[in-house]
Design a protein around this ligand. Structure first.
Ligand code: B4P
Length: 197
């Protein structure tokens, strides 16, 4: 069973590449950003809390999102595997994910790290902002999201590199399909090992 983390700064293509992986490997998908946006749209208590952080470009508190993630994971039927998209975003979430998987007899297979330079990230997010209606796709909030990524999320790169799980992918300056082909090569290798077990 594949357990994939797709990792990168805001706008790096996590959601975009997840869709292609789902299609090819029949995987399940948890996008914590999507989950939170649905909660906001439904007006739930969690949504109200999430909105107060997301609209400022901040991360919602670890204890809250870790609990949400574990509940969603348990509600999913077991498919060929799962993609964690946008989770973890802090070291605390990273250690929690390892524990959550271990408690369920699972193990992280691979972490795809999408590298895109800041200028391109900003351009993509501003362009998405024209049609997305997202409260966080405007310049002020994008700056804050990028700062949060650097200070709170990027330390996970070393964490996963030390675990030997990280695969760096150049996620900018080329087409979605070219990027996917490289991701696919890395994932198909772990997929072969996973089905052999
Ligand atoms: P997310 O929904 O995860 O937001 P994101 O990082 O912007 O998404 P993504 O990176 O998937 O966007 P994509 O590249 O697909 O999170 C939103 C917010 O929720 C966070 O800021 C945080 O506040 C909160 N949150 C979520 N998870 C959390 C957690 N674990 N803990 C705490 N808080 C959490 O798309 C970007 C654009 O680029 C698209 O328009 C796409 O078409 C384009 N694009 C993609 N690939 C391209 C390419 N190769 N070339 C050109 N354009 C491309």
């Amino acid at each position: 069973m594949l357990n994939i983390v797709i990792f990168g700064a805001p706008g790096s293509g996590k959601g975009t590449q997840s869709e292609l992986l789902i299609e090819k490997y029949g995987l399940d998908h948890i996008s914590t950003g999507e989950v939170l946006r649905k909660e906001i749209a439904s007006g739930s208590e969690l949504g109200k809390i999430a909105d107060s952080y997301i609209s400022k470009g901040q991360l919602i508190p670890d204890e809250l999102i870790i609990d949400v993630l574990a509940k969603i994971l348990d509600s999913k039927p077991r498919k060929a595997g799962i993609i964690f998209d946008g989770f973890p975003r802090t070291l605390q979430q990273g250690t929690a994910l390892n524990k959550i998987l271990e408690e369920r007899g699972r193990e992280l297979s691979i972490v795809i790290n999408l590298n895109v330079d800041e200028e391109e990230l900003i351009g993509r997010l501003l362009s998405r902002g024209k049609s997305s209606g997202r409260s966080d796709d405007n310049m002020e909030v994008i700056s804050s999201r990028l700062d949060v990524y650097k200070s709170q999320t990027s330390p996970l790169i070393d964490y996963y590199r030390k675990e030997g799980k990280l695969v760096d992918i150049e996620g900018g300056g080329r087409s979605v399909q070219d990027i996917f082909n490289e991701i696919d090569a890395a994932v198909s290798e772990v997929y072969r090992k996973a089905i052999a077990c």
